[in-house]
Design a binder for this molecule. Structure first.
Ligand code: G
Ligand code: G
Ligand code: MN
Ligand code: NA
Length: 254
């Protein structure tokens, strides 16, 4: 409860921040987008990891107002980068099951996109495989409403849930993100390499882009390029960085 009551005020007190991890084109290594990842720097508790506070935010439903803050902050940052001459950097945000089922989500997104003049296609929502497979019919309606808005949708942590391939085909999604549990072992475990290749094949068959996440070494990156992954993300490129550091990273690489 202590954590919950502190979290309740975190957004109002500017204790939350978004950090940004680059996603790069597999072939060229150029940054194509960033994933926004939430950070909580509490004056009383110090830096609290998302793994610790996201589950509490979900149980308490605080994830809904916090998620609305994430949406607005990502749009604000996108517009700020654009105004500063860095172009329209696409941003993906993580959206939990509770947020996806919130009837106010579409309105929240619409308002933030309009407020900051963000092209809807520049914003992507990452939904985990298990979120999508819960309450499938209800989820489908919400996904279609999101697509009408024009935002992109991706399936996060793909391979760890239980996707019905039939539904996967019916979901209006743009991208699969292969879970890092497979990615990190592609060089050591033939089964994980086979799974990774199969996901890439499945994704391409369905007309989806495929991203590998959790790429930690250049050797793994090379294997994933050979497996025809479209995009890569992971510590070998950069961890999630504060906005200013992300720009410094970007400028240094060009
Ligand atoms: O940044 P990383 O460290 O530690 O994130 C841990 C987990 O928290 C990941 O599963 C990620 O998807 C989730 N997460 C990070 N930021 C957000 C956010 O803004 N909203 C939601 N719902 N989950 C997030
Ligand atoms: O579940 P989701 O994909 O949103 O999780 C993002 C999480 O993955 C964040 O906690 C982020 O810090 C972490 N992450 C990003 N790149 C790497 C990586 O190369 N290795 C590991 N172990 N974690 C990573
Ligand atoms: Mn994610
Ligand atoms: Na993931």
């Amino acid at each position: 409860l202590r954590l919950e009551s502190r979290l309740r005020h975190a957004a109002d007190r500017s204790e939350l921040a978004l950090h940004y991890q680059p996603r790069v084109a597999a072939a060229s290594g150029r940054m194509v987008a960033v994933e926004a990842l939430l950070r909580w720097d509490s004056p009383e508790l110090g830096c609290v990891q998302p793994a610790e506070f996201i589950p509490i935010a979900e149980e308490s439903r605080l994830i809904v107002p916090i998620g609305a803050w994430v949406v607005r902050e990502a749009c604000r940052q996108h517009a700020a980068w654009k105004a500063a001459g860095y172009g329209a950097i696409p941003i993906s945000i993580n959206v939990s099951a509770l947020q996806l089922r919130d009837p106010a989500l579409v309105g929240t997104l619409d308002a933030a996109l309009a407020e900051f003049g963000v092209e809807p296609a520049a914003l992507e929502l990452e939904l985990t495989e298990s979120t999508l497979m819960e309450a499938v019919e209800e989820t489908l309606a919400q996904l279609h409403a999101l697509k009408r808005l024009g935002v992109k949708l991706s399936v996060d942590d793909f391979g760890t849930g239980y996707s019905s391939l039939n539904y996967l085909n019916r979901f209006p999604i743009d991208r699969l993100k292969i879970d890092r549990s497979f990615v990190r072992r592609v060089l050591d475990d033939p089964a994980d390499l086979a799974i990774t290749r199969a996901i890439v094949g499945l994704g391409h068959t369905l007309g989806l882009q495929v991203v590998a996440e959790g790429v930690e070494t250049e050797a793994v990156a090379a294997e994933l390029r050979a497996a025809a992954c479209d995009e890569l993300q992971g510590f070998v490129f950069a961890p999630a960085l504060p906005a200013a550091e992300l720009i410094a990273w970007l400028v240094e690489r060009r």
